[in-house]
Ligand binder design. Sequence first.
Ligand code: NDP
Length: 238
Amino acid sequence: MLDGKVAVVTGASAGIGAATAHILASAGARVLLVARRQDRLETLQQEIGDAAQFMALNLSDPSSASALLDHALAAFGKVDILVNNAGILRTSHHDDFDLDELDRMIAVNYSAVVRASILFARHMKAQGVGQIVNVSSIGAGIAAAGTGIYGGLKLALERFTEVLRVELAGSGVRVGLVSPGTTSTEIFEDMKSRGQPGWDEFLPAMQAGDIARAIRFMCEQTGNANAARMHIYATSET
Ligand code: NDP
């Protein structure tokens, strides 16, 4: 279903991104795997095989988005799908929040996604076809103590993404949001390392593959259909 397509997946070294890279490749896409940990990317590239290449990149660097587009075009000649999945979760009540984390969260969870969305959208618009998937969070819609910065940035990302979809209407470029609920991944390691339970311990969480299937569904839309916004929640979440 994605035969001949080229996909760039950020945050591919773990969790939802790794599962997404696998599932897009199994649907026929060639995939560029992006994250910082090169050893993990190498392993994933070997698992997927010739359809995958990787680029070790720190997305908090403002120049990373243009470097990524240049690399993808040099490697594959085009980009059909961009999955902006990389993200970090740092939770703390305002009393304890380490303000040094603020800029890093903005850089990875918001600025990097916006930069890549804009640069890749221009490329896709010129080619007349494309799909951008931005990964938000259930946290964008919930005022839970400790999540003000994470949830606030995801909320801002949602508005940006929806406006980009409107701006690209009729261009052949689809833009969609995937908003996962609690999914068992390493994203909760920071909470656990500080002695807090991760949210995946409170309820039967989803697995990364559950979210990856939704991303594949979004990427497989054809004709006039655009899966603009998908909430994928665990059955026990409301
Ligand atoms: P993981 O912690 O398992 O994976 C995060 C990925 O982001 C890793 O591949 C990591 O790679 C990459 N990453 C982090 N910082 C950077 C950076 N500076 N530069 C490049 N890559 C970076 O998280 P999940 O798979 O759970 O999360 C994926 C997305 O899903 C995130 O956007 C998250 O907000 C969202 N989400 C997750 C939920 C959950 O319950 N798990 C719920 C709702 C939303 P590396 O460290 O190698 O750089």
